[in-house]
Design a protein around this ligand. Sequence first.
Ligand code: GLU
Length: 509
Amino acid sequence: MNKKVRVRFAPSPTGGLHLGGVRTVLYNYLFARQHGGDFVLRIEDTDQARFVAGAEQYIMDCLNWCGLVPDESPEKGGPFAPYRQSERKHLYHEYAQKLLDSGHAYYAFDSTDELEKMRKDLRKDEHSVPQYDHTTRMQMRNSLSLPAGEAMNLLDAGTPYVVRIKMPAHETIKITDMIRGEVAFDSDLVDDKVLIKADGMPTYHLAVVVDDYLMQITHAFRGEEWLPSAPVHVLLWEYLGWKEHMPQWAHLPLILKPDGNGKLSKRDGDRLGFPVFAMNWTDPKTNETTGGFREMGFLPQAFVNMLAMLGWNPGTEQEIFSLDELIEKFSIDRIHKGGAKFDFEKAKWFNHQYILRTDDAALADLVKPFIDKELGIGNCELGLLEKVVGLIKDRCHLLSDFWAQGHFFFATPETVEMATIKEKWNDQKQQFFTAWRPELENLSSWNQQNIETSFNELLAKHTIKKGDLLQPLRIMLVGGKYGPGVFAIAEVIGGKETIKRINNVVASL
Ligand code: GLU
């Protein structure tokens, strides 16, 4: 029987959502949609020490912004609710008990000091840190090393304990990864991981297996950093008697720093001036805000498209894909095994492509918040903005660029490069601009064509080159040597404003 495809994104709500996390969401989502399956968001919040207020809502907001909305989640509910591990606490104990009963897990009573002492005493040389494993566990205080009655007494007396998995000695544990093929692990290198903590909460290792089983997850996509945990998970699936239900694993390649040297971290983004989180994240403890792609001015579609290509390729030259096209074309066998270098310039290129493809009215809506931030809400009229975005979108890579490239449409420039004008100013130019003013005031209708015609007609009466006038005119209107066609700018800012800006400059020369 073919099981319905069910995949999950299982973040721990501890802070900002890294772009690698969003890529995991995306690959999950694409795979689910491609197979008519379900995409589940499960919040893995069993580590109370790492609980961060607001982080769960933030994750959901990020997914909504990206348009990668889960079918089942804490917010939406679903047939396998609850979707928050902290609300599923009662479920895990039953399975821990099963493992204890079958001898695959044991109680350990060691205090933090005892564990510390073990690490010191059993250290053979400088390089090895002893693990809690088959070589050391019999020297520790646990239900395997203590006489049977004593362990029972400790439990009865309410002594704090953890439950650990009993890793087998000298075994090879294999998984078949959809991206990496067969991966083998030496059980001797894996420690007896804690399954239930002293606070009664399960650890990630137990909870992830129990929930993937109970939620009938068929394929588990997650970052490569989880590969070393895979042998523990495989054994738990086996020991709990669920081996034939184990999901197929896909460990996704890391996203690397731009120079390829190690995993891309938030700090790299701070250092190199680009975001690493999907959306702005404010740490509730420090109040420190870390910038996100959204606030920097990325379109969610561009962000998602860029992420799709960071670790996967379609096997063709095509780079721009709608979400529907990605659903159609995405394939696991084209996910790369090696890490993918993050390239911010390329990310901006994707965004630029989406800006160019967005019609002016829709683009104006997207740009508006960025202009409002500068002008104050209510001071930017959408009709005007629509004209502006049409004129300057080919110069903008980010939604936030529209202000830098187009501020002069909304307000008289605060600074004008007077030095550049002065350098080449002469009487002829003075005469031209003085003579042009009444012409402009008398234009029958204020549009680009009429403005340019009056300019050209006057030019014909003067012995001066057009180019020598266009540059100062641009600087008068814009403040600097940039922007779209100068007559188009004049049309948009209007007759009164154009004449005012010309006069301001000419009067001060
Ligand atoms: N809770 C883990 C995380 O924070 C999930 C890993 C997994 O998908 O198994 O990434």
